[in-house]
Design a protein around this ligand. Structure first.
Ligand SMILES: Nc1ncnc2c1ncn2[C@@H]1O[C@H](COP(=O)(O)OP(=O)(O)O)[C@@H](O)[C@H]1O
Ligand SMILES: [Mg+2]
Length: 342
């Protein structure tokens, strides 16, 4: 996928933007506070229907306005999202309103935001969603399976919450819930197995053979203890919505022992391997990276630029420091306005 034109209205300090990016590397330069991250945030929201900065996406609406609107014309379709202060959200594909999961299944916008990566790493749901979004793109049955799972989960939670539940019905719903959940776990495991060799190759290259980072998926399975606790809590305590992925660095759990820098490298490599794998499977992602000048050291910077050129994917890279990047199309940002540099 490739953005040919993007229009942004009222997203943070970007009041009205229409931009025609290049299909390769787009380099966005501007001083702090001018709107670089907001521009990446707009593309991210267009691709993921959520922000990487806040879980309250309404905060992204410009302070003086009542709504934001983002519309991207890509080589595949026209996708748009509108959100107002009352919380009305309209998501559309080629001018037709569609449910969020339908919208998301053919889009892949992956970003690396150094300041937020630690938070992302701590959240199993963020990493799960990266994986699930990846599988949506390459396995057309996965969305149906996923929707069925969500449906059974919801029904099961309703029954668990009820004061007196129909035990027979609960048994049937639980069986279906476990069945879809197990299938999802299996798909995730298969997908992760495919990523592993790509990932370890990238880690080796960016750590110059110093680090050995591995990851494993841990499904959340039924136990008698959980079943008892569920009755008290009133919601499902096992299932695919609770599967965890854990990283280890040289045999030590990263969540407990790794430095922020190591965590960034692990996620960076994970996201790049996702991009490479999806590309091999026929889906071109769009890649965003915020503040490459300040956050990414020179060695990794050149690795990344080489990688992006090699994979031939569209990317948007910001920096407060003007850097010279061969073959990049350069844009300037000032006071919420963006224009192409000559
Ligand atoms: N909801 C909002 N409405 C208007 N302006 C905002 C909103 N949220 C943040 N801003 C402002 O937008 C400006 C641009 O921020 P940002 O894109 O993060 O800058 P940069 O990444 O270039 O340093 C900042 O001055 C910030 O205070
Ligand atoms: Mg910024």
């Amino acid at each position: 996928m490739e953005i040919r034109n993007i229009e942004i209205q009222n997203l943070r300090n970007l009041k009205k933007i229409s931009l025609f990016p290049s299909s390769g590397l787009n380099f966005i330069v501007g001083e702090n506070g001018e709107g670089k991250s907001s521009f990446l945030e707009s593309i991210y929201i267009m691709g993921n229907l959520k922000s990487f900065k806040t879980s309250r996406i309404r905060e992204c609406i410009n302070w003086d306005e009542q709504f934001f609107f983002i519309r991207g014309k890509t080589d595949l379709h026209i996708q748009a999202i509108y959100l107002n202060r009352a919380g009305d959200k309209k998501v559309s594909l080629n001018g037709k309103r569609v449910p969020p999961l339908e919208y998301l299944k053919n889009i892949s916008v992956i970003g690396f935001f150094p300041q937020e990566e630690f938070k992302i790493f701590q959240s199993f749901s963020e990493i799960r969603s990266l994986i699930d979004r990846g599988i949506f793109n390459i396995d057309k049955e996965y969305l149906l399976l996923y929707k069925a799972f969500l449906h059974h989960l919801e029904n099961r939670n309703i029954l668990l919450k009820a004061k007196k539940k129909d035990e027979k019905l609960f048994k049937i719903v639980t069986e279906k819930f476990i069945e879809t959940s197990t299938k999802i776990d299996k798909k995730r495991e298969e997908f992760l197995e495919e990523i592993k060799p790509v990932f370890s190759d990238i880690v080796r290259r960016i750590s110059e053979n110093k680090w050995n980072i591995t990851f494993s998926y841990f499904p959340s399975k039924y136990t008698k203890e959980k079943a008892i606790e569920e009755e008290e809590k009133g919601f499902s305590l096992f299932g695919a919505h609770r599967g965890r992925i854990l990283f280890e660095l040289n045999g030590k759990k990263m969540r407990s022992f790794a430095s922020q820098g190591q965590i960034k490298v692990a996620l960076f490599a994970f996201k790049l391997s996702l991009i490479r794998l999806l590309k091999r499977r026929g889906t071109s992602s769009i890649f965003l990276i915020d503040d490459i000048g300040g956050e990414v050291d020179i060695k990794r910077r050149s690795f990344l630029i080489e990688f992006l050129l090699e994979e031939k994917i569209q990317s948007f890279v910001t920096s407060a420091i003007p850097l010279y990047i061969e073959n990049a199309t350069v844009f300037q940002v000032k006071k919420g306005k963006i224009w192409k540099s000559q």
